[in-house]
Design a protein around this ligand. Structure first.
Ligand code: FE2
Length: 263
């Protein structure tokens, strides 16, 4: 299995503080059946001073030196959304997942900024694919799921946290994750692990739960095939079309333009 959202680099954000903690966390991940980790340090201007790609690469190399190839660790980032993300993508601070064209994007848990559709659409015209990190933990998406669906219809992908499906982030996140899984709104599952204690890299229990809820084929897609596609920078294997909401003319227009451009 492949985990595309995982804070395992020491001392760069709110993940592990020391190299020893990082190594333990990676070994826990391997025990959970995770063969590849995408290390995704937070990128939030003003809060984390970790935006040097050279610095992160050297920390990753040090970690790899201790962990070896099980699990394999590759670099990415978790970008805190700002409206100028298209300009930011021309620089070095946002690191695409495994160096491909998928970008992990997070919002605060209690808000989604206004007018996010256009920038999330515009970056796709430049060849990027936004993946929203843990929308099921966001109260706006929980209360307005159709808003999330409208983003998926314009090509945005979603990553749900394994701990949400098993109830560790509360009943609201679990209910949203379960509902969206059944509707085909979830593209990939990931741990969003931060440490070995409070937020450990748990995968197996969530995979079993997803298989119970949606079937083994969907579990295989969300834990193996789609994350593999992201790491190998290909189109997703499992990417169901969502029916249009009635009366949603602008959503239909976005969808039509997207289909014309991706033919
Ligand atoms: Fe994260």
């Amino acid at each position: 299995m492949i985990d595309i959202h995982h804070h395992c680099l020491p001392g760069v954000d709110d993940g592990p503080r020391t190299l020893a903690e990082s190594v333990d966390q990676c070994r826990m991940a391997a025990d959970e059946g995770i063969e590849t980790i995408v290390a995704t340090p937070h990128v939030l201007r003003g809060r984390w001073k970790n935006t040097s790609r050279t610095q992160l690469t050297s920390i990753l190399d040090e970690l790899r030196g201790k962990v070896g190839e099980n699990p394999r660790i590759v670099l990415g980032s978790e970008y805190f959304f700002a409206h100028d993300m298209d300009e930011m993508l021309r620089g070095e601070s946002i690191i695409p997942l495994a160096g491909g064209r998928y970008i992990l994007v997070e919002f605060a848990s209690n808000a989604v900024p206004p007018l996010v559709r256009e920038p999330l659409y515009r970056i796709q015209l430049e060849g990027w694919t936004p993946v929203i990190a843990h929308p099921e933990r966001n109260i706006i998406f929980q209360s307005k799921p159709e808003f999330l669906a409208s983003l998926i219809r314009i090509g945005v992908k979603t990553q749900v946290t394994t701990g949400s499906i098993t109830g560790e982030f509360g009943p609201e996140a679990q209910a949203a994750a379960t509902d969206w899984l059944r509707r085909g709104w979830v593209h990939v599952m990931a741990t969003d692990a931060h440490n070995g204690t409070k937020r450990p890299p748990r995968f197996r229990a969530a995979r079993e739960r997803v298989a119970d809820l949606a079937g083994e084929q969907i579990a295989q897609a969300l834990f193996v095939d789609n994350p593999k596609s992201i790491v190998e920078n290909r189109g997703l294997v499992y990417d169901p079309d969502l029916p249009e909401a009635s009366g949603n003319e602008s959503g239909r227009l976005f969808s039509r333009i997207r289909k014309m451009l991706t033919r």
